[in-house]
Design a protein around this ligand. Sequence first.
Ligand SMILES: NC(=O)c1ccc[n+]([C@@H]2O[C@H](COP(=O)([O-])OP(=O)(O)OC[C@H]3O[C@@H](n4cnc5c(N)ncnc54)[C@H](OP(=O)(O)O)[C@@H]3O)[C@@H](O)[C@H]2O)c1
Length: 164
Amino acid sequence: MNQPTVSIIVALAKKNKLIGKNNKLPWHITGDLKHFKKITYDHPIIMGRKTYESIGKPLPNRINIVVSRNKNYSVPPDCFVVPSLQEAIDLAKEKDLIEIFIIGGGQIFRQAMLVADKIYLTLVEGDFEGDVYFPEYESLFKKVLSRSEHESSGYKYTFLTLAK
Ligand SMILES: NC(=O)c1ccc[n+]([C@@H]2O[C@H](COP(=O)([O-])OP(=O)(O)OC[C@H]3O[C@@H](n4cnc5c(N)ncnc54)[C@H](OP(=O)(O)O)[C@@H]3O)[C@@H](O)[C@H]2O)c1
């Protein structure tokens, strides 16, 4: 049976790999949010409990899978809570045969680097400070699948898709 692609999707500061500040994104880029929606739409999304709380609600039209060590963590009926990233991936694979997405945050991305096949990066230009960073990925993901330059909400950014 075909296995779905396991993909990471992330927006990071090009200069220092920053991804988060005070449990929020360091920026608000409408064009990137639309890109995220388009890419992940109708596919399962896997996230750490902190990212789930940062978003504040399940994202519609996607199976939301939250990773938490708290067995009693409460989510709406159409969401799932699992105790490890591997269980999240196994569950997502049961739900989708094409592609599943790991959407953050920092803790979950670090554990996902070896299991992911593909990364959709948004590289944001500028100087940013914060508290959560994306790990080194360049040595693992070397194949460039696509690249395009964009500008919106006062930011310049690059969509870059890489594979192992
Ligand atoms: N720029 C982007 O593309 C992007 C994307 C997503 C998130 N973010 C940002 O990243 C930040 C959040 O990242 P974060 O690293 O603080 O948290 P996170 O990875 O979203 O969530 C961490 C939580 O996930 C659970 N967890 C992690 N590893 C686990 C394991 N092995 N087994 C079971 N549960 C596990 C734990 O939940 P419990 O404590 O409940 O056990 C842990 O506290 C926010 O600032 C957010 O805005 C940025």
